[in-house]
Design a protein around this ligand. Structure first.
Ligand code: NIG
Ligand code: FE
Length: 389
Protein backbone atom coordinates (compact mmCIF):
# COMPACT_ATOMS: atom_id res chain seq x y z
CA UNK A 1 0.00 0.00 0.00
CA UNK A 2 1.48 3.41 -0.94
CA UNK A 3 2.45 5.59 2.04
CA UNK A 4 2.84 9.35 2.33
CA UNK A 5 4.37 11.31 5.20
CA UNK A 6 3.45 14.89 6.07
CA UNK A 7 6.26 16.31 8.21
CA UNK A 8 7.16 19.59 9.97
CA UNK A 9 3.56 20.25 10.99
CA UNK A 10 3.74 23.22 13.37
CA UNK A 11 0.37 22.38 15.00
CA UNK A 12 -1.35 19.02 14.51
CA UNK A 13 -4.88 18.63 15.90
CA UNK A 14 -5.79 14.98 16.46
CA UNK A 15 -8.92 15.34 18.65
CA UNK A 16 -7.45 12.37 20.53
CA UNK A 17 -6.38 13.47 24.02
CA UNK A 18 -4.22 10.34 24.37
CA UNK A 19 -2.00 11.53 21.51
CA UNK A 20 -1.37 15.15 22.52
CA UNK A 21 -2.25 17.94 24.89
CA UNK A 22 -5.71 19.20 25.88
CA UNK A 23 -9.09 18.07 24.59
CA UNK A 24 -7.89 18.60 21.00
CA UNK A 25 -4.94 16.22 21.44
CA UNK A 26 -2.60 18.86 20.05
CA UNK A 27 0.98 18.11 18.94
CA UNK A 28 3.74 20.57 17.98
CA UNK A 29 6.40 19.91 15.30
CA UNK A 30 4.57 16.76 14.37
CA UNK A 31 4.29 14.37 11.45
CA UNK A 32 1.77 11.81 10.25
CA UNK A 33 1.81 8.96 7.79
CA UNK A 34 -1.06 8.09 5.45
CA UNK A 35 -1.20 4.48 4.22
CA UNK A 36 -3.97 3.74 1.73
CA UNK A 37 -7.14 5.32 3.08
CA UNK A 38 -6.02 5.31 6.74
CA UNK A 39 -3.70 7.10 9.14
CA UNK A 40 -0.83 4.71 9.89
CA UNK A 41 1.38 6.72 12.22
CA UNK A 42 1.42 10.00 14.21
CA UNK A 43 4.35 11.40 16.18
CA UNK A 44 7.24 13.84 16.37
CA UNK A 45 8.48 15.09 13.02
CA UNK A 46 12.09 14.05 13.64
CA UNK A 47 10.96 10.43 14.19
CA UNK A 48 8.82 10.10 11.06
CA UNK A 49 9.39 6.73 9.33
CA UNK A 50 10.51 6.41 5.71
CA UNK A 51 7.60 6.49 3.23
CA UNK A 52 7.02 6.29 -0.54
CA UNK A 53 6.33 10.01 -0.78
CA UNK A 54 6.77 13.00 1.47
CA UNK A 55 5.29 16.48 1.91
CA UNK A 56 6.95 19.14 4.07
CA UNK A 57 4.21 21.17 5.78
CA UNK A 58 6.78 23.90 6.39
CA UNK A 59 5.40 25.14 9.70
CA UNK A 60 1.75 25.05 8.71
CA UNK A 61 -1.00 23.22 10.62
CA UNK A 62 -3.08 20.08 10.03
CA UNK A 63 -6.58 19.35 11.33
CA UNK A 64 -9.06 16.49 10.84
CA UNK A 65 -11.26 17.22 7.82
CA UNK A 66 -14.45 19.07 8.71
CA UNK A 67 -17.51 16.89 9.26
CA UNK A 68 -20.53 18.83 7.99
CA UNK A 69 -23.31 16.81 9.60
CA UNK A 70 -26.27 18.83 8.30
CA UNK A 71 -26.85 19.97 4.70
CA UNK A 72 -29.61 19.97 2.10
CA UNK A 73 -27.79 19.58 -1.22
CA UNK A 74 -30.45 17.81 -3.31
CA UNK A 75 -32.21 20.71 -4.96
CA UNK A 76 -32.43 22.78 -8.12
CA UNK A 77 -32.76 26.54 -8.59
CA UNK A 78 -31.98 29.11 -5.92
CA UNK A 79 -33.89 31.67 -3.84
CA UNK A 80 -32.06 34.90 -4.66
CA UNK A 81 -35.29 36.90 -4.79
CA UNK A 82 -36.32 35.65 -1.35
CA UNK A 83 -32.89 36.52 0.08
CA UNK A 84 -33.10 39.97 -1.49
CA UNK A 85 -36.53 40.56 0.07
CA UNK A 86 -35.29 39.32 3.44
CA UNK A 87 -32.32 41.67 3.42
CA UNK A 88 -34.86 44.45 2.76
CA UNK A 89 -36.69 43.51 5.95
CA UNK A 90 -39.04 40.61 5.11
CA UNK A 91 -38.85 37.77 7.73
CA UNK A 92 -37.77 34.20 6.91
CA UNK A 93 -40.64 31.72 6.69
CA UNK A 94 -40.48 27.99 6.01
CA UNK A 95 -43.05 28.53 3.21
CA UNK A 96 -40.20 29.38 0.83
CA UNK A 97 -39.35 25.66 0.76
CA UNK A 98 -42.24 25.17 -1.71
CA UNK A 99 -40.38 27.30 -4.30
CA UNK A 100 -37.44 24.92 -4.19
CA UNK A 101 -39.76 21.89 -4.26
CA UNK A 102 -41.18 23.08 -7.60
CA UNK A 103 -37.71 23.66 -9.10
CA UNK A 104 -36.38 20.33 -7.81
CA UNK A 105 -39.29 18.31 -9.18
CA UNK A 106 -38.65 19.86 -12.60
CA UNK A 107 -34.95 18.88 -12.63
CA UNK A 108 -33.61 15.60 -14.04
CA UNK A 109 -31.60 13.04 -12.06
CA UNK A 110 -28.41 13.97 -13.91
CA UNK A 111 -28.86 17.62 -12.95
CA UNK A 112 -29.31 16.74 -9.26
CA UNK A 113 -26.26 14.47 -9.37
CA UNK A 114 -24.13 17.10 -11.11
CA UNK A 115 -25.10 19.76 -8.58
CA UNK A 116 -24.39 17.44 -5.65
CA UNK A 117 -20.94 16.64 -7.07
CA UNK A 118 -20.23 20.39 -7.48
CA UNK A 119 -21.19 21.08 -3.86
CA UNK A 120 -18.99 18.22 -2.68
CA UNK A 121 -16.04 19.65 -4.58
CA UNK A 122 -16.77 23.18 -3.35
CA UNK A 123 -16.88 21.83 0.21
CA UNK A 124 -13.71 19.76 -0.19
CA UNK A 125 -11.81 22.87 -1.26
CA UNK A 126 -12.86 24.40 2.08
CA UNK A 127 -11.70 21.43 4.13
CA UNK A 128 -14.87 19.35 4.41
CA UNK A 129 -14.24 15.63 4.01
CA UNK A 130 -17.63 14.28 5.16
CA UNK A 131 -21.02 15.81 4.40
CA UNK A 132 -24.45 14.56 5.31
CA UNK A 133 -27.28 15.46 2.96
CA UNK A 134 -31.05 15.27 3.09
CA UNK A 135 -33.95 14.88 0.71
CA UNK A 136 -36.95 17.10 1.43
CA UNK A 137 -37.41 19.07 -1.78
CA UNK A 138 -39.30 16.33 -3.63
CA UNK A 139 -42.20 15.49 -1.29
CA UNK A 140 -43.66 12.81 -3.57
CA UNK A 141 -42.75 9.13 -3.34
CA UNK A 142 -40.94 9.24 -6.68
CA UNK A 143 -39.18 12.57 -6.12
CA UNK A 144 -37.96 11.77 -2.61
CA UNK A 145 -36.76 8.30 -3.63
CA UNK A 146 -34.86 9.47 -6.68
CA UNK A 147 -33.14 12.27 -4.74
CA UNK A 148 -31.94 9.73 -2.17
CA UNK A 149 -30.87 7.31 -4.91
CA UNK A 150 -28.77 10.10 -6.45
CA UNK A 151 -27.27 10.94 -3.04
CA UNK A 152 -26.46 7.34 -2.10
CA UNK A 153 -24.28 7.01 -5.24
CA UNK A 154 -21.99 9.76 -3.89
CA UNK A 155 -22.39 9.79 -0.09
CA UNK A 156 -22.81 7.45 2.87
CA UNK A 157 -24.50 9.94 5.21
CA UNK A 158 -27.88 10.19 3.50
CA UNK A 159 -31.05 11.32 5.29
CA UNK A 160 -34.71 10.88 4.36
CA UNK A 161 -36.56 14.16 5.06
CA UNK A 162 -39.94 13.52 3.45
CA UNK A 163 -41.30 15.33 6.53
CA UNK A 164 -39.73 18.67 5.61
CA UNK A 165 -43.06 20.44 5.06
CA UNK A 166 -46.49 19.07 4.17
CA UNK A 167 -46.45 18.63 0.39
CA UNK A 168 -48.53 21.29 -1.40
CA UNK A 169 -50.90 18.58 -2.71
CA UNK A 170 -51.76 17.65 0.90
CA UNK A 171 -52.21 21.20 2.24
CA UNK A 172 -55.74 20.30 3.39
CA UNK A 173 -54.83 16.81 4.59
CA UNK A 174 -51.68 16.87 6.75
CA UNK A 175 -52.62 13.54 8.36
CA UNK A 176 -52.76 12.00 4.88
CA UNK A 177 -49.28 13.36 4.17
CA UNK A 178 -47.88 11.90 7.40
CA UNK A 179 -49.43 8.54 6.40
CA UNK A 180 -47.65 8.81 3.04
CA UNK A 181 -44.31 9.74 4.65
CA UNK A 182 -44.51 6.86 7.14
CA UNK A 183 -45.92 4.39 4.58
CA UNK A 184 -45.20 4.15 0.85
CA UNK A 185 -42.65 6.99 0.82
CA UNK A 186 -40.68 5.38 3.64
CA UNK A 187 -40.79 2.03 1.81
CA UNK A 188 -39.30 3.65 -1.30
CA UNK A 189 -36.73 5.79 0.56
CA UNK A 190 -35.44 3.62 3.42
CA UNK A 191 -33.21 1.44 1.20
CA UNK A 192 -31.21 4.52 0.13
CA UNK A 193 -30.86 6.27 3.49
CA UNK A 194 -29.05 5.83 6.80
CA UNK A 195 -31.12 8.43 8.69
CA UNK A 196 -34.62 9.86 9.00
CA UNK A 197 -35.24 13.51 9.91
CA UNK A 198 -38.34 15.63 10.56
CA UNK A 199 -38.87 19.41 10.72
CA UNK A 200 -40.64 19.66 14.11
CA UNK A 201 -41.79 23.26 14.15
CA UNK A 202 -44.96 25.34 14.07
CA UNK A 203 -45.95 25.45 10.37
CA UNK A 204 -44.28 22.10 9.64
CA UNK A 205 -44.90 19.02 11.88
CA UNK A 206 -46.12 18.97 15.50
CA UNK A 207 -44.86 16.65 18.25
CA UNK A 208 -47.32 13.81 17.51
CA UNK A 209 -46.65 13.90 13.79
CA UNK A 210 -42.89 14.11 14.31
CA UNK A 211 -42.98 11.17 16.74
CA UNK A 212 -44.93 9.08 14.22
CA UNK A 213 -42.39 9.87 11.50
CA UNK A 214 -39.37 9.09 13.69
CA UNK A 215 -40.82 5.85 15.09
CA UNK A 216 -41.71 4.63 11.61
CA UNK A 217 -38.15 5.34 10.47
CA UNK A 218 -36.69 3.62 13.50
CA UNK A 219 -38.79 0.53 12.76
CA UNK A 220 -37.13 0.42 9.34
CA UNK A 221 -33.65 0.59 10.87
CA UNK A 222 -33.00 4.28 10.22
CA UNK A 223 -31.14 6.46 12.74
CA UNK A 224 -32.92 9.55 14.02
CA UNK A 225 -32.23 13.28 13.57
CA UNK A 226 -34.59 16.20 14.22
CA UNK A 227 -34.86 19.80 12.97
CA UNK A 228 -35.74 21.24 16.37
CA UNK A 229 -36.47 24.61 17.97
CA UNK A 230 -35.30 26.65 14.98
CA UNK A 231 -37.97 29.33 14.69
CA UNK A 232 -39.38 29.24 18.22
CA UNK A 233 -39.72 27.19 21.38
CA UNK A 234 -41.26 23.78 20.82
CA UNK A 235 -41.18 20.06 21.53
CA UNK A 236 -38.46 19.08 19.01
CA UNK A 237 -35.46 18.95 21.31
CA UNK A 238 -37.13 16.97 24.10
CA UNK A 239 -38.61 14.57 21.54
CA UNK A 240 -35.17 14.05 20.00
CA UNK A 241 -33.62 13.29 23.39
CA UNK A 242 -36.50 11.04 24.47
CA UNK A 243 -36.16 8.92 21.32
CA UNK A 244 -32.35 8.85 21.54
CA UNK A 245 -31.82 10.74 18.28
CA UNK A 246 -28.19 11.13 17.24
CA UNK A 247 -28.70 14.86 16.79
CA UNK A 248 -31.10 17.72 17.45
CA UNK A 249 -30.35 20.39 14.90
CA UNK A 250 -30.71 24.20 15.12
CA UNK A 251 -31.45 24.40 18.91
CA UNK A 252 -31.87 28.16 18.59
CA UNK A 253 -34.76 28.64 21.04
CA UNK A 254 -34.16 26.53 24.16
CA UNK A 255 -35.74 26.48 27.61
CA UNK A 256 -33.74 25.40 30.66
CA UNK A 257 -35.59 22.08 30.47
CA UNK A 258 -34.38 21.59 26.86
CA UNK A 259 -30.79 22.26 27.91
CA UNK A 260 -31.10 19.86 30.87
CA UNK A 261 -32.56 17.16 28.62
CA UNK A 262 -29.67 17.52 26.16
CA UNK A 263 -27.14 17.44 29.00
CA UNK A 264 -28.58 14.21 30.34
CA UNK A 265 -29.18 12.43 27.04
CA UNK A 266 -26.93 11.14 24.25
CA UNK A 267 -28.25 13.54 21.61
CA UNK A 268 -25.74 15.99 20.12
CA UNK A 269 -26.89 19.62 19.71
CA UNK A 270 -25.98 20.65 16.18
CA UNK A 271 -25.80 24.42 15.75
CA UNK A 272 -26.08 26.02 12.31
CA UNK A 273 -24.75 29.60 12.41
CA UNK A 274 -25.12 30.13 8.65
CA UNK A 275 -28.85 29.96 9.18
CA UNK A 276 -29.08 32.78 11.72
CA UNK A 277 -26.58 34.78 9.69
CA UNK A 278 -28.68 34.49 6.54
CA UNK A 279 -32.06 34.93 8.19
CA UNK A 280 -30.95 37.74 10.53
CA UNK A 281 -32.18 35.72 13.50
CA UNK A 282 -30.66 35.59 16.98
CA UNK A 283 -27.84 33.05 17.23
CA UNK A 284 -28.13 29.94 19.41
CA UNK A 285 -26.30 30.21 22.73
CA UNK A 286 -23.49 27.69 22.39
CA UNK A 287 -21.89 28.83 25.65
CA UNK A 288 -25.01 27.89 27.63
CA UNK A 289 -25.01 24.41 26.09
CA UNK A 290 -21.29 23.84 26.59
CA UNK A 291 -21.41 25.02 30.19
CA UNK A 292 -24.23 22.55 30.83
CA UNK A 293 -22.06 19.73 29.44
CA UNK A 294 -23.90 19.23 26.13
CA UNK A 295 -21.93 17.89 23.15
CA UNK A 296 -22.16 20.51 20.41
CA UNK A 297 -21.60 20.10 16.67
CA UNK A 298 -21.33 22.85 14.05
CA UNK A 299 -22.62 22.37 10.50
CA UNK A 300 -23.52 24.55 7.50
CA UNK A 301 -27.20 23.62 6.91
CA UNK A 302 -26.28 24.43 3.29
CA UNK A 303 -29.62 24.99 1.50
CA UNK A 304 -31.00 27.60 -0.90
CA UNK A 305 -33.39 29.18 1.62
CA UNK A 306 -32.07 29.70 5.12
CA UNK A 307 -28.29 29.18 4.75
CA UNK A 308 -26.67 29.11 1.32
CA UNK A 309 -23.10 28.63 2.54
CA UNK A 310 -21.01 25.50 2.09
CA UNK A 311 -18.18 26.87 4.23
CA UNK A 312 -17.33 25.26 7.56
CA UNK A 313 -14.56 27.84 8.20
CA UNK A 314 -17.20 30.57 7.88
CA UNK A 315 -19.55 28.80 10.32
CA UNK A 316 -16.70 28.24 12.75
CA UNK A 317 -15.72 31.93 12.69
CA UNK A 318 -19.32 33.04 13.26
CA UNK A 319 -19.71 30.56 16.14
CA UNK A 320 -16.64 32.04 17.84
CA UNK A 321 -17.64 35.65 17.25
CA UNK A 322 -21.37 35.38 17.93
CA UNK A 323 -22.11 32.24 19.93
CA UNK A 324 -19.60 32.33 22.79
CA UNK A 325 -17.41 29.45 21.62
CA UNK A 326 -13.64 29.48 22.00
CA UNK A 327 -11.68 28.76 18.80
CA UNK A 328 -10.75 25.32 20.21
CA UNK A 329 -14.36 24.46 21.06
CA UNK A 330 -15.53 25.53 17.62
CA UNK A 331 -12.84 23.45 15.90
CA UNK A 332 -13.79 20.39 17.97
CA UNK A 333 -17.48 20.91 17.17
CA UNK A 334 -16.79 21.27 13.42
CA UNK A 335 -14.80 18.01 13.33
CA UNK A 336 -15.26 15.56 16.25
CA UNK A 337 -18.64 17.07 17.11
CA UNK A 338 -19.94 16.45 13.59
CA UNK A 339 -18.63 12.89 13.77
CA UNK A 340 -20.49 12.37 17.07
CA UNK A 341 -23.67 13.75 15.50
CA UNK A 342 -23.28 11.09 12.79
CA UNK A 343 -22.38 8.33 15.26
CA UNK A 344 -18.98 7.86 13.61
CA UNK A 345 -15.65 7.13 15.30
CA UNK A 346 -13.56 6.69 12.12
CA UNK A 347 -13.74 10.38 11.16
CA UNK A 348 -13.40 13.72 12.97
CA UNK A 349 -10.09 12.75 14.60
CA UNK A 350 -6.65 11.66 13.48
CA UNK A 351 -5.12 8.56 15.07
CA UNK A 352 -3.64 5.31 13.77
CA UNK A 353 -6.53 3.46 12.10
CA UNK A 354 -8.86 6.40 11.48
CA UNK A 355 -9.70 7.50 7.96
CA UNK A 356 -7.06 9.70 6.38
CA UNK A 357 -9.43 12.69 6.13
CA UNK A 358 -7.48 15.86 6.85
CA UNK A 359 -6.82 19.45 5.88
CA UNK A 360 -3.54 21.35 5.69
CA UNK A 361 -3.99 24.99 6.72
CA UNK A 362 -1.87 27.89 5.54
CA UNK A 363 -1.50 29.04 9.14
CA UNK A 364 0.72 28.12 12.09
CA UNK A 365 -2.35 27.29 14.19
CA UNK A 366 -6.01 26.55 13.43
CA UNK A 367 -6.97 29.44 15.71
CA UNK A 368 -6.43 31.45 12.52
CA UNK A 369 -9.67 29.97 11.13
CA UNK A 370 -11.60 32.31 13.46
CA UNK A 371 -8.89 34.96 13.80
CA UNK A 372 -8.70 35.53 10.01
CA UNK A 373 -12.36 35.11 8.92
CA UNK A 374 -13.06 34.94 5.21
CA UNK A 375 -9.44 34.18 4.32
CA UNK A 376 -9.02 30.96 2.28
CA UNK A 377 -6.60 29.18 4.63
CA UNK A 378 -7.25 25.62 3.44
CA UNK A 379 -4.18 24.71 1.37
CA UNK A 380 -4.74 20.99 0.72
CA UNK A 381 -7.30 18.32 1.61
CA UNK A 382 -7.15 14.50 1.69
CA UNK A 383 -10.25 12.29 1.84
CA UNK A 384 -9.70 8.56 2.32
CA UNK A 385 -6.01 9.25 1.75
CA UNK A 386 -6.58 10.86 -1.66
CA UNK A 387 -5.94 14.54 -2.43
CA UNK A 388 -9.35 16.10 -3.19
CA UNK A 389 -8.65 19.79 -2.67
O1 NIG B 1 -32.77 23.61 8.03
N1 NIG B 1 -35.74 24.21 8.64
C1 NIG B 1 -36.00 23.57 7.66
N2 NIG B 1 -35.23 23.35 6.61
C2 NIG B 1 -34.11 24.16 6.22
C3 NIG B 1 -34.54 25.34 5.41
C4 NIG B 1 -34.96 24.93 4.08
C5 NIG B 1 -35.31 26.04 3.16
O2 NIG B 1 -35.62 27.19 3.57
O3 NIG B 1 -35.30 25.72 1.96
C6 NIG B 1 -33.26 24.53 7.41
O4 NIG B 1 -33.03 25.70 7.71
FE1 FE C 1 -31.72 21.98 7.79
Amino acid sequence: MPSTAITHIKTLITNDPSLGTGPLGQLQDAALVIEGDRIAWIGTSSRAPATDSHLDAGGRSVIPGFVDSHAHLLFAGDRTAEFHARMAGRPYAAGGIATTVAATRAAGDAELARRLACFRQEMARQGTTTVETKSGYGLTVADEARALRVAARQLTEVTYLGAHIVAPEYADDPAGYVALVTGPMLDACAPHARWIDVFCERGAFDADQARAVLLAGRDRGLGLRVHANQLGHGPGVTLAVELGAASADHCTHLTDADVDALAQGRTVATLLPGCEFSTRAPYPDARRLLDAGVRVALATDCNPGSSFTSSMPFCLAVAVREMGMTPDEALWSATAGGAAALDRTDIGRLAPGTRADLALLDAPSPVHLAYRPGVPLVAAVWRDGVRVG
